[in-house]
Design a protein around this ligand. Structure first.
Ligand code: 6PG
Length: 226
């Protein structure tokens, strides 16, 4: 596990963009799992302007809210609008419809096809973290956290549905990159990285082979000395 601290969210985005650019410069097909929420938006804008050949890259979503893709709160909508036509055109997103479980199963199947050319496991996967320790749409105490036989499921979160990658899929990634900014998450970052608190972000991270925590200083403020 690697912890990288940068002064502010802009520097976190720049560091992530540099790392992703280097990883995607390796010849051959590649995949990149995208985080939702607000943190990665600045990164996706930087990636849109980066000198990256997107032709061999497949983008997918670690989770999606159960709303139409053209809804402003959709992770796919945010990613596509920030990534631009070249990169955004490489994003394969879940298909919204009548039944979240069927949509999750359909995306699970699509991912198995999408990841087959690169060994059947995700390459780099970007993840965010909530102040409650959730990641993707794996929220504390929700059913999806216990799923071990599928890659993507519908998960009831508070009073809404979400579609999310499961722990097995995320943990199988060649490289998990958590992007965390904001003082409001500093306590949870300390609980997860210094303590043994079994929040979803830690449960996923501890089962992965290569994990980078890319933190803004405010989010790392309560971490102990290393
Ligand atoms: C989502 C995300 C979610 C997000 C965290 C952090 O759909 O919202 O996938 O897991 O990464 O909630 O969100 P912020 O980046 O907005 O703080």
């Amino acid at each position: 596990m690697k912890i990288v601290v940068r002064p502010d969210p802009g520097a976190v985005a720049a560091a992530a963009a540099e790392m992703i650019g280097e990883e995607l410069a390796v010849p051959g097909p590649a995949t990149l799992g995208l985080a939702g929420g607000s943190t990665p938006a600045a990164l996706y804008t930087l990636l849109a302007a980066a000198d990256i050949d997107w032709d061999g890259v497949t983008l997918w979503l670690g989770d999606e809210r159960w709303i139409p893709e053209d809804h402003p709160d959709s992770n796919a909508s945010m990613a596509r609008s920030r990534l631009g036509a070249d990169a955004g055109g490489r994003l394969v997103a879940p298909v919204y419809g009548d039944d979240p479980a069927a949509a999750a199963a359909g995306y699970d199947s699509a991912l198995r096809d999408l990841l087959a050319p690169t060994g059947g496991v995700p390459g780099t996967v970007l993840l965010g973290m909530g102040a409650d320790g959730h990641t993707a749409s794996l929220f504390p105490g929700t059913a999806a956290l216990a799923v071990s036989d599928r890659w993507y499921v519908a998960n009831r979160v508070h009073d809404t549905w979400r579609l999310t990658a499961t722990v097995p899929l995320l943990a199988s990634a060649r490289h998990l990159v958590f992007l965390v900014t904001g003082a409001g998450k500093a306590g949870m970052i300390a609980e997860i990285l210094d303590g043994a608190a079994r929040y979803p972000a830690r449960i996923v991270a501890e089962q992965a082979t290569k994990v980078t925590w890319l933190l803004a200083a405010a989010a790392a403020a309560q971490l102990g000395e290393r």
